[in-house]
Structures are given as structure tokens and as C-alpha cells.
Design a protein around this ligand. Structure first.
Ligand SMILES: [Zn+2]
Length: 135
């Protein structure tokens, strides 16, 4: 068996630099083609025309729900992340969100999914849901 030579400083630097970097923790919100929740989980778009009844079903399955009141995706203002208990309450009432599309208004209901299979429902601007959205 060959004896291992001690690693030089230059070699150690090279080895560390070559190590795959861990996924960077991103600020919660939309960043181009992905969303990140407050715990740093990233989601990619599944459906940008999510039907309210499906949104309700996702909530009943424990999806994360975020309300983006202005539609900036959290770039300019703080997003309203519902707690798990709040999502469970909405789901238990059995009423889907209401998407109000006015003439020049904006209302988005979207389904996003993480690599691990977690679901995220994004409700933006003119969407209401029970007594929780908008707060
Ligand atoms: Zn905003």
C-alpha cells in the first residue's frame, strides 16, 4: 500500500475550491423562474392558471400558501406567508379561493412544486380566500 503524502496548503485550497458548492440560501419570494419559501426550499412552476378547486385540494394536502398582495413576488415588499395552521383552517372550511379578474386588474393563482414534491400555492393581487386573504 502506498503511503499517503501530507497534503500541501496549495492542494488543500484546490480541493476545497473544487468541492461542489451547497445550494445558496435565497431570500423568500420569486426569483425569475423559481420561488423560495422562508425555509429556503425552491419551487418551480407547475401551473400558472391554477383552478381554485385544485388550490383548495392542495391546501388540504398541506401545501404552503403565500399571498403576494402587489404581485412583485417579494422583490419590493414583504410577502404574506400563511402558517400551516392557517392553511389547514382554510382547507377545513372547504371554500376555494376567489380569483377576481377586473378589466385592467391582475389576479394570479399558481401552483409551484419543490424537488422534494412539496407544493406551493401562490395567490397574487386580486385573489381572496376565506377570511385570511387578504388579511
Ligand atoms: Zn410587492
Amino acid at each position: 500500500m502506498r503511503k499517503r503524502r501530507a497534503e500541501s496548503f496549495a492542494e488543500a485550497v484546490e480541493r476545497l475550491a473544487a468541492r461542489p458548492t451547497r445550494p445558496r440560501r435565497v431570500r423568500a419570494g420569486r426569483r425569475g423562474d423559481s420561488w423560495a419559501d422562508p425555509s429556503g426550499v425552491a419551487y418551480t412552476l407547475v401551473d400558472d392558471g391554477l383552478r381554485p378547486s385544485v388550490a383548495l385540494a392542495l391546501a388540504a394536502q398541506g401545501a404552503r400558501v403565500v399571498y403576494d398582495a402587489c404581485g412583485c413576488g417579494g422583490v419590493e415588499c414583504e410577502l404574506d406567508w400563511l402558517s400551516g395552521a392557517e392553511v389547514a383552517t382554510l382547507a377545513s372550511r372547504g371554500r376555494p379561493p376567489i380569483v377576481r379578474s377586473s378589466e385592467d386588474g391582475r389576479a394570479d393563482l399558481e401552483h409551484w412544486r419543490s424537488e422534494e414534491g412539496g407544493d406551493l400555492v401562490v395567490a397574487a393581487v386580486d385573489v381572496s380566500w376565506g377570511d385570511r386573504i387578504p388579511r
